[in-house]
Design a protein around this ligand. Structure first.
Ligand SMILES: Nc1nc2c(c(=O)[nH]1)N[C@H]1C(S)=C(S)[C@@H](COP(=O)(O)O)O[C@H]1N2
Ligand SMILES: [Mo]
Length: 309
């Protein structure tokens, strides 16, 4: 596989789009902004505004990002989602917004995304299993969506649910997890500008194995918090139950912030294996809050990060 550490290959050689090759040039100058706002069908992510988020990071190849996945609704093997997710129907797609909001309702994908500013965000992505990638997401800030639907004062958490459709999501025929897959964030985490709803990657609409048509991305938390193929967003007063926490509360906390100093009960979290690095690649040290400490540490000031893991 074309790894990003093979010296004869540059990331630009393994990316799928000619347009992508000019990304760095685009971002170099005012040209970045000239790329302009998004227009056209909401499903298309082409034309997303280029920003400087993550311009120092080397993205994994499209191939890596779409062939090594966790999406238990399609099986527990890393290659199961790529083989099975094509069965998922994503059009039409409806997201129920309920709980403590001014404008609850069943929103079509287009209604949900309309008015949002799509941007490219190149983020580190760190799975709790101690592997990592760098992904050029396309998405918009969750805060913009929450402001659009109107968060009521009593709301302290946001809960998310994935689709349940065992006909298409064949992994749901077994009770590997308590379906639907559920996740949640504290409201200040949800409102943080780094938290995005992603609708694409590498200028492509979100591949099904990565959580089409819309998924959460919270870059400073372990990957399982970034729930895929979302059909429900609820604003709640109480901390919502989450699938991995229900399955094993000792191993998977509600917060699950990336933290090299707090080991998983069964393995160290001090370092990680970069996908695409090849068989002999050295592990790299894991960064506090996955490298986003400057931006997010303030959310947890005064909290004992070993207690609230
Ligand atoms: N609905 C749903 N969302 C999910 C998962 C899942 O099994 N089901 N797996 C999580 C885990 S453990 C990880 S590491 C990431 C993987 O995202 P990726 O396949 O796009 O890299 O998705 C997360 N979101
Ligand atoms: Mo994960």
């Amino acid at each position: 596989m074309a790894g990003r550490y093979r010296s004869d290959l540059k990331w630009s050689d393994v990316t799928p789009k000619a347009g992508w090759l000019n990304r760095r040039e685009l971002m170099a100058g005012a040209g970045a902004l000239a790329a302009g706002a998004i227009a056209g069908p909401a499903f298309a992510s082409l034309g997303a505004k280029k920003t400087s988020y993550g311009s120092d990071l080397e993205p994994n190849s499209f191939e890596d990002i779409t062939s090594y996945n966790n999406f238990y609704e399609f099986g527990t093997g890393k290659d199961d989602p790529a083989r099975n997710a094509h069965r998922l129907t994503i059009d039409p797609w409806t997201v129920k917004v309920d709980g403590l909001v001014d404008k609850p309702g069943d929103y079509s994908f287009d209604d949900l995304v309309s008015g949002m500013t799509l941007e490219e965000r190149i983020y580190r992505f760190r799975c709790v299993e101690a592997w990592s990638m760098v992904v050029p997401w396309v998405g918009f800030e969750l805060a913009d969506l929450l402001n659009k639907v109107g968060v009521q004062p009593g709301a302290k958490y946001v809960a998310f649910e994935t689709l349940v459709r065992p006909d298409e999501m064949t992994g749901q025929r077994r009770n590997v997890l308590n379906w639907p897959y559920r996740e949640g964030l504290r409201i200040d985490e949800a409102m943080h500008p780094l938290t995005i709803m992603a609708t694409g990657l590498y200028d492509e609409p979100m591949p099904k194995q990565n959580g089409a048509p819309i998924r959460l991305v919270v870059p400073w938390k372990y990957g399982f918090k970034s729930i895929k193929s979302i059909v429900r967003i609820s604003l709640t007063e109480d901390e919502p139950p989450t699938s991995w926490n229900l399955a094993n509360p000792r191993e998977y906390g509600f917060y699950s912030n990336v933290n090299p100093n707090v080991d998983h009960p069964r393995w160290s979290q001090a370092s990680e294996r970069q996908i695409g690095g090849g068989l002999f690649a050295k592990r790299i040290p894991t960064l506090m809050f996955n490298g986003y400490e400057k931006e997010v540490a303030g959310l947890y000031s005064g909290m004992d990060l070993e207690e609230f893991y």
